[in-house]
Each structure stands twice: as C-alpha cells, then as structure tokens.
Design a protein around this ligand. Sequence first.
Ligand code: FES
Length: 208
Amino acid sequence: MSDALNYLIKARPEAMTSYFTFLKKAGQHLDPKTRDLISVITKVDAQTDPGFRQYMTRALRNGASPNEIIDALLMAFPTLGLAKIVWATNILIDMDIPEFRPENLFAEPTWHEVTAGSELKDNDVSYFDCDGRSLFVYKSADAIKVYDSRCPHQVTNIPHLALEGTHLTCPKHHWAFDVSTGKCVEVGNRPLNQFEHKLENGKLLAYW
Ligand code: FES
C-alpha cells in the first residue's frame, strides 16, 4: 500500500474502511484472476508503476498466463490507447520475467538439465544459470530443492550475492528466505517458488 493510502487510513479511518469494503464487495462475484486482470488495467490507466507491478504479479500468482495479461492490455486499447499500453510493456520488459519473453510465450513446459548431481554438496546452496533462468539449489543428506531466483513478492531476480549461508534476502523490499526450507522468514509471507526436479543418469533436471 502506498504511503498516501496509509496516511488516509490514519486520517480518515471510517471513510477509508468504507472505500476498501466497497472495492471488495464490488468484485465479489468475480474470480480472483478476473479481478486481478481488471485491477491491472486500472493501474495501467492511472499509470501507477508500483500498482501495475503489484497486480500483474498477483494476476500471475492467481493463474493468469502472460498471454492473458497481454490480451487484457490489448483489449483495453479503446480506453488505454497505445501510449499507455507501451508504458506498461516497457515495465514488463524492464522486469524481464522469463515467461513474458517472446520465445517463451507459447513454449510447453519441459525438463531442463541444471548440473551434474555430483556437483551438489550436502547442506550447501548452489546457484545456476540454466536456459534463461537463475536457480538456487539446496541439497541436504536426503533431499534436493530447486528454487526460482525470482522473488515471490514482485518477481525481482534475486542475485547470487544476496545469499549468505542459507539466508537469502531480496534487495527490492527485503523479504528474506531460509533456502533450506524455502520459507519466508522476514518481512514477507510467501515462500520461494520451487521447481519440480529429478536426478536422471547422474544429472539434476528441473521442470518448467
Ligand atoms: S520483489 Fe519485493 S521483496 Fe522481492
């Protein structure tokens, strides 16, 4: 929430509570994905950069595909016009989310070779670039976890340098994660995204 909204909630709690109740009730017959797509369009129309990033990532989390988000933007052309659609597209390009890259828009999920299993050490976190993504891989004596380097908050690509032992801190808004479990341990409330994986012929493969 913006500083301005936080201020208004303190300054006019009753009016603002009514406002948020209105927003909630107004969309009560819509599924979460549809609500999010409508919110994405309103944020683009108002050209609020943080709001667009927030609702776009929320729409992805609630099951919207990149193609559906692009369709929603294009369908709103009569009200947005090309300039606002280009504004939103530039933010998407800046975020560089792998799923939005043109070559990935229609790609089917498949297995990707990450590394040789022998490269992984027990109780250690390794970082890999693999087929256009970055991954953090944690290995214990009896399990392997493969995490997307993209933050579950707003998809920031968390760099290798943000890792200290098994403690990983996103530089954008400082959500922190325990890589041995994937859990968010500071600031935020969602875990790291994990990829399905398997060991095959001595290689670690991940599925996306
Ligand atoms: S993008 Fe907000 S904490 Fe990572």
